[in-house]
Design a protein around this ligand. Sequence first.
Ligand code: FEO
Ligand code: CA
Ligand code: CA
Length: 633
Amino acid sequence: MNLLEEDQPTDLEQLVGFSRRGFIGAGALCGAALFLGGGLLSRSALAASVSAASSQLLGFDSINTATGDSISLPPGYRSSVLISWGQPLHADGPAFDPSGKGTASAQEVQFGDNNDGMSLFAFPDDPNRALMAINNEYTNYRYLYPHGGMPTSLEEVRKAQASEGVSVIEIERKGTGWQFVQSSPFNRRIHGNTPIRLSGPAAGHALLRTPADNTGTRVLGTFQNCANGKTPWGTYLTCEENFTDCFGSTDHKQSFNAAQKRYGAVGTSKEINWHPHDPRFDLATNPNELNRHGWVVEIDPFDPQSTPVKRTALGRFKHENAALAQTRDGRAVVYMGDDERGEFIYKFISRDKIDHADPKANRDLLDHGTLYVARFDDGDKNPDRPKGKGQWVELSHGKNGLDASNQITSQAEVLINARLAGSIVNATRMDRPEWIVVSPKDGQVYCTLTNNAKRGEDGQPVGGPNPREKNVYGQILRWKAHKGDHGSDSFDWDLFVVAGNPVVHVGQPKGGSANITPHNMFNSPDGMGFDEAGRLWILTDGDASNSGDFAGMGNNQMLCADPDSGEIRRFMVGPVGCEVTGISFSPDQKTLFVGIQHPGENGGSTFPEHLPNGKPRSSVMAISREDGGIVGT
Ligand code: FEO
Ligand code: CA
Ligand code: CA
């Protein structure tokens, strides 16, 4: 639809009055003219732009897109490496071996690969010390092994398993910068073979028992750890995402039941191929092992001897992250997305209240409570930013059809096969829910819906918060709990931004919402984080081809938004082939930690060391201002 036909643009002169840091500033006027020339900018869109330009929250100019093998930042900012894949956590540990010949046992005491979500835990009595728990999501065989291909032995599988999980590290501030503290007694690896306890309503269920564990409560390992959460009682939540991909079957004719199929069980392991060498991952002989993964795992970073715990009350699916909030009466709320095309958004509410005076008293808080799944209405189909209402539907055995009429006999079954339960209650099939974050200012909840090329097919209707067929750009959904209480069953939603490419496509649906311009456009929003002042940081995991639908978008990047005005500015561009994921802030907000994951995924990068013939290494970066100010101001 050409918006000009019904909604004429206002004068170009209005654009000139914007502040230097307005998102259509003087330097951007040619882009604005292009906008107008293309018939894109409607009166309503321009009105949104005017209010956006008044943002006092964003204190830097949007930077240009880039395609190089380095990090771009606004003038006055610098970045340094905090830690990279393979860094020994202790001084006596084996050094990183770029040849790929390093062993599994070496990787078990080194920083894991492909860092993703992370949280910072400040020492209560020392502002210059902190712990960071950092997920290591997966590994890239191209760089992990000398031969660069699939694992060929159990030792090589063990090395891959050791590269995933979580790394806990101590960091300290020296001068103005934060550094990794090698040999801290808190430094710890949790990986694909670390003993972990299963707890909550599904623990011990027959579906969780295996030949190696007839109790259904003791599992080895966590892997495919995507993003994270941080509880108010000082623990870290790591979320198991693409766990199914680690499983395969030596029986290529094996048939799978509906639940196994819904979780993606296949006879051949797609890309990971552990099962030919490690029978634990062979569905032909060990089908229940699949049910012991896909959970949220709670870790106490301050107790290196503690056993991590998989909290089954939060449900089993491809967990992206876990965003903590609190009901008005003091109970814990955990918002969670299931990152798969057409899967759901969930909310858990604890039965008991958070004890803020005694953190240890919350040790088992996440074992008792109620899981809900989201249902969105179709709402107002405003072509720019749709909005509507939604409901949380309880996923409790005996309610809403979750009973014998649907072959469900226990709450354990509801949780183990949460996706099936969500379908029974008609939850809304979403465009791949990735991170969820809660505004520290007004409690509104934001969720990235990264993309969904299958929207419009396969029983996934176009509409509501998923308004575009074959959605290649993604959008950010936002909701406000009824009466501001996260314990409420209802909410109002809108789309904070609909990503798009206003240079390649004129108008909706692919040009993006009014707060997308030629100067901030991006695709596939994924990670997010709020800083203390309420700036919303947006990280991308998208198509970096810089061509076709994605022309002019460059490498994956980090942007920063003013939630009130809707204005978005590009803050950082990452190196070749990377995803930007994982974000945390120092307590004084003067250092922003951000993850550069899988640089050179398909070659072409030697980030960050740029050694001749060197290998790229996923890294956590520390970004700060040269003048020591607060990041983003
Ligand atoms: Fe690990 Fe859905 O991203
Ligand atoms: Ca992600
Ligand atoms: Ca993603």
